[in-house]
Design a binder for this molecule. Structure first.
Ligand code: B12
Ligand code: SF4
Length: 350
């Protein structure tokens, strides 16, 4: 076994060379986070995300997921594209706003490959190295782990926030069986600020650090396969996939670092497109345009459902009415119902 302090320093250096923005190391003790997670689940804040409740204590006790894990290497990767038109798109009701994390290649694919490269490097110097790498791909409490590993603190908006980089980054981990030296946990710096709680369009924060996912636009437009509750539809505005408002408002994001990853460059078909254009995609076009993209997750029906809501919130025009009418006979009852609702919004404005 090599000198472990030197190995930890090398792991951090290799991680940076592989494109990670920072790397930290922690142990597997997550009992405080476990109690928060259990309370969150008991309140049903996870809604239909049954996978959040399915694995018992495996999510908060790493050894139950991967036996012999004693350390976790936690990484983050910035994803904010440099050429940003976020506010402009959010304000233009004829456009569809897509959360910034989903504009380029699916981060699961990009980061998993790099984590495996990092693991292989470690394996080349420690033959008895056993590991598993994750990017939101198993029951893992990613933010709690990253906080303990010193990558940032969990803010009132529940995002992991880094003093020098804000919160526009993804997380990933390697569960490891080597007794590496651990890093100091990050300290909290939200202070008395509550801008994220106030700005949330659907008032999804029931208290600081506690998100009722059933109210979050990210959940409603990505994870939920059901109808979007009617009282929330107007509040969604033109957000057709995810939401970034609680990050956009966070003062720490003035320190956000732009991504260096070409793979996160926004695809031209997602950035700045009109709602009408998105709504006209056939299923085949949707599948082609979302190849290796996180947007696939909502599915074609979810995509049309979300755009119907945004079209209902747009300023009336003959083109919008026509586009909506064209989907009234769609095979999906979910799409029909949201389209009917959208047309009713325009009828009410006349
Ligand atoms: C489920 C999930 C969601 C759900 C629920 C989100 C949530 N806040 O729980 C939905 C679909 C809404 C969602 C939305 C988004 N998500 Co998401 N999501 C996850 C997932 C799979 C699990 C999160 C989880 O464990 N939730 C359970 C709750 C209990 O945990 P928590 O939110 O971390 O809460 C902690 C604290 O709030 C604290 N806590 C709870 N109660 C209390 C009470 C007190 C008093 C205190 C002090 C603390 C405290 O303890 C909790 C545990 O540590 C993770 C990936 C993973 N495997 O971890 C990605 C992940 C968290 N998501 C991510 C992203 C990018 C997003 C979005 C920005 C996407 C978008 N633009 O639409 C939004 C942000 C919304 C938000 N403010 O969270 C990133 C976050 C990166 C970062 N910098 O933090 C992750 C880590 C994925 C990744 N690999 O990068 N997500
Ligand atoms: S992502 Fe949007 S809807 Fe969800 S909690 Fe943040 S501001 Fe609210």
């Amino acid at each position: 076994m090599p000198d472990l302090t030197e190995l930890a320093a090398n792991i951090k250096q290799w991680g940076k060379e592989l494109g990670f923005s920072s790397v930290g190391i922690t142990d597997t003790q997550l009992s405080t986070a476990e109690s928060y997670l259990n309370k969150w689940l008991a309140q049903n804040y996870h809604g239909d995300m049954t996978y959040m409740a399915r694995h018992g204590t495996k999510r908060s006790r790493p050894q139950e997921l991967v036996p012999n894990t004693i350390r976790i290497i936690s990484v983050r990767m910035d994803y904010l594209p440099a050429d940003n038109n976020m506010i402009q798109i959010l304000r233009d009701k004829s456009k569809g706003y897509i959360a910034r994390y989903a504009l380029g290649k699916d981060y699961h694919k990009v980061m998993k490959k790099r984590l495996l490269d990092l693991a292989n490097k470690i394996n080349s110097v420690v033959k008895e190295f056993n590991y598993r790498a994750f990017v939101d791909s198993a029951p893992v409490l990613e933010r709690a782990i990253a906080e303990k590993a010193g990558l940032g603190w969990i803010g009132k908006n529940t995002m992991l926030i880094n003093k020098k980089a804000g919160s526009w980054f993804f997380l990933g981990e390697i569960y490891a069986n080597i007794p590496l030296p651990v890093d100091e946990p990050a300290t909290p710096h939200c202070g008395s600020c509550h801008a994220c709680i106030d700005i949330c369009p659907t008032k999804a924060f029931v208290a600081p650090f506690q998100l009722d996912a059933r109210l979050c636009i990210s959940y409603l437009t990505i994870e939920s396969k059901s109808a979007i509750p009617v009282p929330l539809r107007n509040k969604i505005g033109n957000r057709i996939f995810g939401c970034d408002d609680c990050q956009l408002i966070c003062p720490w994001n003035k320190f956000a670092q732009f991504t260096h990853e070409d793979e996160f460059t926004p695809r031209k078909q997602f950035n700045n497109a009109d709602l009408i254009e998105f709504f006209a995609w056939t299923e085949e076009e949707f599948n082609r345009n979302t190849e290796a993209s996180a947007i696939r997750r909502t599915g074609y029906i979810g995509w049309l459902r979300n755009i119907a809501v945004a079209l209902g919130n747009a300023n009336s025009s003959p083109e919008i009415i026509e586009a909506l009418q064209s989907k009234l006979t769609h095979d999906s009852q979910l799409v029909n119902e949201h389209t009917t609702w959208a047309l009713e919004q325009h009828a009410a404005k006349m």
